[in-house]
Design a protein around this ligand. Sequence first.
Ligand code: KIV
Length: 276
Amino acid sequence: MSAVTKKTKRITIPDIRNAKGKQPIVCLTAYTVLTARWLDDHTDLLLVGDSLGMVIYGMENTLGVTLDMMIAHAQAVMRGSRKSCIIVDMPFGSYEESPKKAFRNAARLLSQSGASGIKIEGGVEMAETIEYLTKRGIPVMGHVGLMPQSVQAMGGFKAQGGSDDEARQILEDAKAVEAAGAFSLVIEGTVEPVARKITQSVSIPTIGIGASAACDGQILVTEDLVGLFIDFTPRFVKRYALLGEQIEASAKAYAEDVRTGKFPGDEHLFGMKKVD
Ligand code: KIV
C-alpha cells in the first residue's frame, strides 16, 4: 500500500495544464479511500467519476447519481490520497439548468470535499457555464465525445466522430470548452483522427478514454483495469489484473474452512490470562 502518511505536495491544476506536450498524464478513477491509497503513488490525477453509480451502486447508467453521493466519495478519495490532483464529476442535473446553479453546486462540492476541481460533460452548449465557473475560481475539466450523461439522447454507449458532421461538432465542442477556460478536456469514445485533431488544435491537455494514444493523457475506470467490474468490457479497456476472481476464490476458500472447522485456527484465538 502506498505510504499515504508521507509528506507529499499535491499535484496542482496548473501542473496538469502545463504537462501538455511534456509527459503523458496518468489518470484513473477512484471512489473510495482504499482505492485512492493504492493508486495515489502512481497517478497524476484521480477522478471521482459519476461512473461510480454503475460500478459501485449497480445503476444502469449515471443519471441517478446525486451531488451528496459525489461529495461523500470525494471526501473519501481526499482522505486516501496525498499526491494526485483530485477532480470530481458534477452529476446529472446539478449544473445544466443555469451557470448560477452550477456555481452553487460546484462550490458546495469543492468546499465540502477539498478536491481541486470539477468535471462537467458538454461542449458548445456548456461553454457559458464553464466560463462562469472558471471566472469565479472553479477549475473545470471538460468532457466531450461520448457523454454518458446524455446516453439516452445518444441512443446508447456508441463511439463518436465517425461521420464528418459528428467530427466537426466534437472539434467545435472541444474548442468552445477550451475558450471558456477549462484547464483540460476528457475525450471519451471518439475515433482516433478526431481525438488527434482536437489534441493538436487545443492548448489544454486532452485525456483520452477510448480515444487513442494521440491524447495527452489517458484515463480508465480502475475497476475495469483490475477486473472487478466485468458486466461489460469496452474494447478500449486493458485489463491488468483479475481481482474479482481472486475475491471469489478467497470467499470460496474461507467458506470451506468455516464449514470444515479449519478456521479459526489456534493462531487466530485470543488467549486467557491465568487466574489463581
Ligand atoms: O465518470 C467517469 O468515470 C468518467 C471517466 C470515465 C472519464 O467520466
